[in-house]
Design a protein around this ligand. Structure first.
Ligand code: IPM
Ligand code: MG
Length: 339
């Protein structure tokens, strides 16, 4: 059976275009290795190039492209991150930000045997951007949680745990202190967890959780966390597995989903063909998994793992001098050579 997908490719700015080019090299190798898998890759502008061309970092042309696609592969946006990423998450109702953090053999990392999936709520909380100034000395940001928002992210985390064969979901929160939002979130979590007797439900204070993710990460499985706390916790988790170069993410929940490396636009490295594209390549892997292309996703994973174990091609962030294109080429070659 032929499987055909329309993929919107949004490189963005900074190092976004380089890492996305690398991911596209890998996707093209996959299509050569399996001709029944067809992806129409259509580029769209976001961030600086869109601002230059349309006077808008998130133009209607790009929103239309996203609407017409099955999935989106996104690079990075620097200066315009807030007016690009946040409206996409909101408008397409991408309420779950899934951020796996796992170690690869061959990558020097603070910790070994890490296999955490962070499920970060992606549309509510301080990221709604609601706030005001009472006067010029007092400033307010409102932390908004809704019942619908809490219930759907809790269910998402438990369903994901089931689907991925995970044993537990742990909610990281500060309910005893943030009583107006985190306490109802914890109550909602406890109530919905009863629908999933096969998955262990746990909870932990966010500060303690952040420390334990660094000291004993092997104790964690699926971590559920609210939007802003999850932003921080997911960088902490990336930090222990070898850095942001190895961390992908998926913005999921609506009809379309968007996949991106966690790292930002790192403009100081832009155009140098130097950065590690594995975050973007693993984002492409997550995209294929979400599209139901489990085999294609696993081909990418196996190729990345074997290139890392072999250790001949390493970018500077983990002690090598290979370029971004060297890394993409090596992973692509490995995919084409797979049995
Ligand atoms: C992330 C980023 C974004 C966030 C920024 C760029 C808006 O840090 O995806 O983690 O805070 O969510
Ligand atoms: Mg972040």
């Amino acid at each position: 059976m032929e499987r055909k997908y329309n993929i919107a490719v949004l490189p963005g700015d900074g190092i976004g275009p380089e890492v996305i080019d690398a991911a596209v090299v890998v996707l093209k190798a996959l299509m050569r290795a399996d001709p029944s898998l067809k992806m129409e890759l259509t580029k769209g502008d976001v961030g600086e190039p869109a601002h230059e061309k349309y006077g808008n970092p998130l133009p209607e042309e790009t929103l239309k492209l996203i609407r017409e696609s099955n999935a989106v592969l996104f690079g990075a946006v620097g200066k315009f991150a807030t007016p690009v990423i946040l409206p996409i998450r909101q408008q397409f109702d991408l309420f779950a930000n899934v951020r796996p953090a796992f170690t690869f053999d061959g990558v020097p990392a603070l910790k070994k045997n890490v296999n955490i999936i962070i499920v970060r709520e992606n549309t509510e909380d301080l990221y709604k951007g609601i706030g005001y100034s009472i006067d010029d000395t007092t400033f307010v940001s409102l932390r908004l949680f809704t019942k619908k928002g809490m219930e759907r992210i809790v269910r998402y985390a438990f369903e994901l745990a089931r689907r991925e064969g995970r044993k537990s979901v742990l909610l990281a929160h500060k309910a005893p202190v943030i009583i107006h939002t985190d306490l109802p979130f914890l109550n909602c979590f406890r109530e919905i967890s009863r629908e999933y007797p096969d998955i262990q439900a746990k909870d932990m204070l966010i500060d303690s959780c952040a420390m334990k993710v660094i000291m004993t990460p092997e104790m964690f499985d699926v971590i559920l966390v609210s939007n802003q706390m999850g932003d921080i916790l997911s960088d902490v988790a990336a930090g222990i597995i070898g850095g942001l170069g190895f961390a992908p993410s998926g913005n999921i929940g609506g009809r379309v989903a968007m996949f991106e490396p966690i790292h930002g636009s790192a403009p100081e490295f832009a155009g140098k063909n130097k950065v590690n594209p594995i975050g973007a390549i693993l984002a492409a892997q997550m995209m294929l998994g979400w599209l139901g292309e489990k085999q294609a996703a696993s081909r990418i994973h196996r190729a990345v793992s074997s290139v890392l174990i072999e250790g001949k091609v390493r970018t500077f962030d983990f002690g090598g001098d290979a370029t971004t294109t060297d890394m993409a080429g090596e992973i692509a070659k490995t995919i084409e050579g797979q049995a």
